[in-house]
Design a protein around this ligand. Sequence first.
Ligand code: PLP
Length: 397
Amino acid sequence: MSDVLSPGEIKLPDGRSVDFANLDIAATAPCLRSVADVVADLLPYYGSVHRGAGALSQRCTREYELARETVADTLGHGPADTVIFTRNTTDAFNLLARAVPPGTTVVTFGAEHHANLLPWRDAVRLPAPRSPEEAVEALERQLYRGKGQTLVSVTAAGNVTGEVWPVARLAEVAHRFGARIAVDAAQLAPHAAASLSGLGADYVAFSGHKLYAPFGAGVLAGRADWLEAAEPYLAGGGASAHVSDDAAVRWASGPARHEAGTPNLLGAVALATALRTLRERSFEEPEAALVRRLRAGLAALAHTEELRLFPADAQRVGIVSFAVLDRDPAAFADALGRDHGIGVRTGLFCAHPLTRRLLAEAAARKGADRAPAQAIRASIGIGTTVEHVDRLLAALR
Ligand code: PLP
C-alpha cells in the first residue's frame, strides 16, 4: 500500500486506464496516509483551541501545543526560540518581514522564490550564484563590507532546479559576522525533514501542503526576541491579552501574539504528524534514484534541456525543470495530462527572474534561436514510481 493517498487509476482518451502520475509534488504534495489517519482520529474530538473549558477544548488545545513541540523538537530549538503556525511559507516570510527591527539590512540572492523575494522590498539582492561555493563567497564579501544589524534570507533548496543550497555554511558565515539567517525550507523539508535541525538557521519557514500534510498550516520558527517585540501580524482575538473599554490593547506574548483568530488545529496536527513520519522514515534514497533516472532520460532527448543554476553534479531534491525547444510548453503539458495521465507544472514557477534566465541559458546550450516563454517542471516525491518517470520520458520522446 502506498504511503500517500492517491486517486488511483484514471481513464485516458485511448481507453487505457493508468495510475495518475503526479509529477507536480513540489507544488502541493499528496496527503500522507499517517497524516490522514491522525486527522480522522482527531475529528470526533474537534473543538476550540485556547478558548473553551470543556473536554474537547482541553484535548484540542493539548494537541495543538503538542504539534508546536514536535516542530520545535524537529528543528532542535531551545528556550530562546518560538514556533508560530502560519498559513504557509509565504505567510511565514511576510510575518518575519514585519517583525524585523527597523534599520536591519536584509540580504537575499536573486534566485529566490517570490515568497522570499517580494516581502523584502529594500533588500540587498546578491546575484544568483553559479555554485554553492560562489554563494558562500558572495555572502562573505557582502557581510564583510556591510554594517549594522543584518538578516540573511535564503532558500534551502530551489523550487526551479531542486538544487540544494549550502545553508549550514551560509549560516556559519552569517553568524561569524553577527548576522542572523532565515531559511526557506519549503522544498527541503519534504525531502530531508530529519536534517532541518542541522541547518544552523535562526529562522526556518515551510509549508504543510508541501510536506504531505494538506490542511492549510505552515511554520515560521526561530528566535523569539524580534517576534516578541513586533506588533502582532494580525490584530484580533487570541493576540490580545487585555483590551480596555476604549479598545486600547495590551498584546499577548508568545506565539499567540502572531496567531490571532481561531488556530488551524487540523493543519498544525497534520504538519507535526508529517514531520514525525518523515523523520522516522527516510524517502531520500528512492527519490534520488528517480531523479537520476529522469535527468539521464532528459539528457538523452534532442529537444529538451534541463534548467540548472549550479554545476550539473550539484546535490538536488526531487525537482527537475526543463525547456522543451520545439513545442508550446503549455500545450505540451496539457497533452501530457490528457493523453498520458501525467501531471506536471508549466510556467516560471513563482521565480520569474531566475526561470527566465535559466530558460535562456538552456536554449543557448541547445543552439536554439529563441528561449521558450515557460519551463516544464517534473517533481518527484513519495508515491512517485519508476513507471511514472518512464511514462514521462516516453511521452517526451
Ligand atoms: N519557497 C519555495 C522554495 C517554494 O517552492 C514555495 C512554493 O512553491 C514557496 C516558498 C511558497 O510556498 P507557499 O505557496 O506554500 O506559501
